[in-house]
Design a protein around this ligand. Structure first.
Ligand SMILES: [Fe+2]
Ligand SMILES: [Fe+2]
Length: 145
């Protein structure tokens, strides 16, 4: 699998794992919430700055739909972050956020990945992978301030 798609799928798997742990292990919830708040926006930002930026003119409809889903995820995450861990609405909100995120990841892995492989060269996909990792590091520095 081309580098950028591997990096994106690795992020997806890491975030799926975080949701698993958040749902099943109350002990580590506070720490995992911090990780989710860093990883999810960082992933979305890096995708938009590299992968989506390159594909926007190639497959505009898919990218428009994906950007709408990113906005939805950002807004839902912002609402989720306001809920205290011990609140009764915390778990339903987590489940709702997870559904949104997983639906989006599935769309990317099924639709957007195959479009990218069809339209972009292996060298370009490799270069995008390098840029993706750099943008994620930038996002992490920004989040740490
Ligand atoms: Fe995405
Ligand atoms: Fe993604």
């Amino acid at each position: 699998m081309p580098q950028i798609l591997e990096f994106i799928r690795d992020d997806h798997d890491l975030i799926r794992g975080l949701f698993d742990e958040l749902e099943s292990n109350p002990e580590t919830r506070d720490v995992r919430c911090i990780t989710l708040r860093r990883e999810l926006p960082g992933h979305i930002y890096a995708e938009e700055a590299t992968f989506y930026a390159r594909l926007r003119d190639v497959v505009p409809e898919e990218i428009r739909q994906s950007l709408r889903e990113h906005t939805d995820i950002r807004e839902t995450l912002a609402r989720f972050e306001m809920i205290p861990l011990r609140d009764d609405t915390w778990m339903p909100a987590l489940v709702g956020l997870r559904e949104l995120v997983e639906t989006h990841f599935t769309l990317e892995e099924r639709e957007v990945f195959s479009r990218a492989e069809h339209h972009l060269s292996p060298a370009e996909l490799f270069g995008l992978g390098e840029m993706f990792e750099q943008e994620k590091q930038k996002a992490a520095q920004f989040a740490a301030i």
